[in-house]
Design a protein around this ligand. Structure first.
Ligand code: FPP
Length: 248
């Protein structure tokens, strides 16, 4: 069989739903917070893998708008861990050429955390080896509603004609503006759903689900997901024949 799509194709942008921290901890008789802490190693591994493989953007779902519904104690521990991890990792990430960007609603986050997030963004904004997008208090529906609101405000002010609103214009208002859509979404933890992650941006993303719990997601697992992506034929609505031979 002739296959004209490249066999070794690396995604430009990988997005990850890091699920399974709580179960990982519970299976070991540990508090759920221990699972979140253990998940940090898999975050470090993913950043390292992206830089090694030449993947330009990594977006990780650290905390969803729905995660605010978790017991207050767990939310508090998670927020403490985010602050601690940012303080511990920022020097190394900056030195490695990582540009950090946070997306999500910062309104309910602790002021100290918001300050550190902004400082990390400013400090790393000129870096270009890897863009690390951390979705914090992020929700895909909220992102879309926010974009619609901003456009509505422009229309109301008379600075934008509704006829000029197209997909590109809408995209510019979304949290990931300026970045390519994710090529590959990895979700660990065994569930097969999007959970209100980048709803708009995932329209044509290749999905990869793993039964592994996030803290045990390894460099080999990451490589397997990327290799599987390289084998997929992306058709964007066209037929397989058209993609294989664009002159069709
Ligand atoms: C989902 O697992 C995971 C989270 C809600 C938090 C993810 C956070 C980390 C991996 C910590 C480090 C991240 C950064 C960016 C510093 P779950 O608790 O829903 O697991 P479960 O489904 O087994 O209960």
């Amino acid at each position: 069989m002739r296959r004209s799509f490249a066999l070794v194709r690396v995604p430009q942008h990988v997005a990850i739903i890091m699920d399974g921290n709580g179960r990982w901890a519970q299976r070991r008789g540990l508090p759920r917070a221990a699972g979140h802490r253990a998940g940090l190693s898999a975050v470090r591994m993913s950043i390292e893998r992206c830089m090694t493989l030449g993947i330009g953007v990594l977006t990780i779902f650290a905390f969803s708008t729905e995660n605010w519904r978790r017991p207050q104690a767990e939310v508090g521990l998670l927020m403490g861990l985010f602050l601690e991890a940012l303080d511990a990792e920022i020097d190394e990430l900056a030195a490695q050429g990582v540009c950090i960007r946070f997306v999500g609603a910062r309104g309910h986050l602790a002021p100290a955390l918001v300050t550190r997030m902004s400082e990390a963004e400013v400090r790393t904004q000129a870096n270009s080896r890897l863009t690390l997008v951390i979705a914090m208090a992020y929700g895909g529906r909220h992102d879309i509603v926010d974009a619609a609101k901003r456009l509505a405000i422009e229309v109301k002010a008379g600075t934008l004609h509704p006829e000029l609103i197209d997909e590109a214009r809408f995209n510019e208002q979304l949290a990931l503006h300026g970045l390519p859509d994710p090529d590959l979404l990895i979700r660990t933890g065994g569930d097969h759903r999007i959970s209100n992650f980048l709803l708009w941006n995932l329209a044509y993303t290749e999905l990869w689900f793993s039964d592994r719990l996030w803290p045990e997601f390894s460099a080999d697992d990451f490589a397997t997901a990327v290799a599987a992506f390289g084998e997929r034929q992306r058709r964007y609505g066209q037929t397989s024949a058209q993609v294989s031979d664009p002159s069709c």
